[in-house]
Design a binder for this molecule. Structure first.
Ligand code: GDP
Ligand code: MN
Length: 350
């Protein structure tokens, strides 16, 4: 992206005299537990130092349990109370395993995954979290006023100064979804997700009275003509190659998740129970939707954003970008062209 000159000193920003032509209707969103307080504070400090002290976007922190007052105090105090932090609780109906899920069947599947050493294979709370991030966070009352969000997790790192506003940039360039890292999913966690996604197209097709022919052209909101199928599949959609955007980092337009096509898709997936009978992640769910429902021009890879979530780092590949951002990451060790990265699949459809 073109950048705004960021030769503004922090003193100027602290005087409250900082002004930009435009701000986006945007917020950070952090889902965390009370026990994540230290990691949350560290992530917030880094994004403040590298970006947000010049931009002043607010934070919404969500938790499935009541926030402990000491945690609220701790987060607010570390940032001198000058920022806008709002602490919210997720309604349990948006979080817990629905009672129409067959718990015997779900348990059997979890036990098997534990035997097979699948990461988080035995965890119900991890599944709740994935389902919440797939279908609920953007409907939380505290997020409803906003269009754009930047998802942040405890204990992540931002390695470069960000010298432009990615929300405004995305709005101006008509983007809907942005990522920094893409990789393969563990097949064991989503054995039927691709077939279920195909089942969704069929059900939509039928509900529109389609018999064949031109569904894509008639309903581009359900499957974009210029989609990113070539990134998701190496055989024109027959099978899924497991590539997805790593969703612990996301900057995106919530109007996309709130749209009828995405909500229909989520409801369909949810009705099949795969968040609990398997271990569907929000990353592949978001990625399949963004890649198929959006034209590929609406998905942005931000090379400029140096980002680390253990164990992987994206470091800007362009030397000029890396210098300008005063990055603290090693360009040679960026995940982009690691054997486990899907960046080359993304590049090939560009
Ligand atoms: P990973 O990145 O896939 O290894 O999963 P994480 O453990 O980092 O969880 C993803 C995000 O969800 C992080 O922001 C966590 O703080 C949050 N999270 C995970 N499980 C829970 C939970 O049970 N309750 C709450 N409130 N947050 C959770
Ligand atoms: Mn994480």
């Amino acid at each position: 992206p073109d950048s705004l000159p960021l030769d503004i000193s922090p003193e100027v920003s602290n005087n409250g005299t900082l002004s930009f032509d435009r701000r986006a209707n945007a917020t950070f969103v952090i889902l965390a537990r009370n026990s994540d307080v230290e990691g949350t504070v560290r992530s917030v400090r880094e994004i403040e130092d590298r970006f947000n002290r010049y931009y002043r976007y607010p934070y919404v922190l969500l938790n499935d349990k009541e926030w402990e007052p000491s945690v609220v105090e701790d987060v607010r105090w570390r940032d001198a109370g000058s920022l806008s932090f709002v602490f919210g609780v997720v309604p349990s109906s948006d979080w817990v395993q629905p009672d129409w899920i067959d718990e015997d069947k779900a348990k059997e599947s979890r036990d098997k995954m534990v035997e097979e050493n699948v990461i988080y294979g035995g965890s119900v709370s991890y599944r709740n979290m994935c389902r919440f991030n797939s279908g609920f966070f953007f409907r939380h009352p505290l997020l409803l006023p906003y269009r754009w969000y930047w998802r942040i997790e405890p204990d992540v790192h931002f390695h470069c100064d960000l010298t432009f506003d990615p929300f405004v940039w995305m709005e101006d360039h008509e983007k809907a979804y942005a990522f920094t890292i893409t990789m393969y999913e563990f097949e064991r966690t989503i054995p039927t997700l691709w077939e279920t996604t195909k089942g969704f197209w069929k059900s939509v097709w039928k509900s529109f009275g389609g018999k064949g022919g031109d569904f894509m052209k008639q309903h581009p909101e359900y499957i974009a003509e210029d989609n990113s199928m070539g990134y998701l599949s190496d055989n024109g959609g027959d099978t899924y190659n497991l590539c997805h955007f790593w969703s612990n980092f996301e900057i995106a337009d919530m109007n996309f998740w709130r749209s009828k096509p995405y909500m229909d898709y989520f409801e369909y997936l949810d009705s099949k129970g795969g968040f609990y009978y398997e271990r569907w992640g929000d990353a592949p769910v978001h990625s399949l939707a963004a890649s198929l429902f959006l034209p590929k021009s609406k998905i942005q890879f931000f090379d400029e954003i140096g980002y680390e979530h253990n164990p992987y780092t994206h470091c800007p590949q362009k030397e000029e970008t890396w210098r300008k951002g005063r990055c603290t990451c090693d360009r040679g060790r960026s995940f982009d062209y690691d054997g486990y990265s899907c960046m080359s699949k993304w590049d090939r459809i560009q």
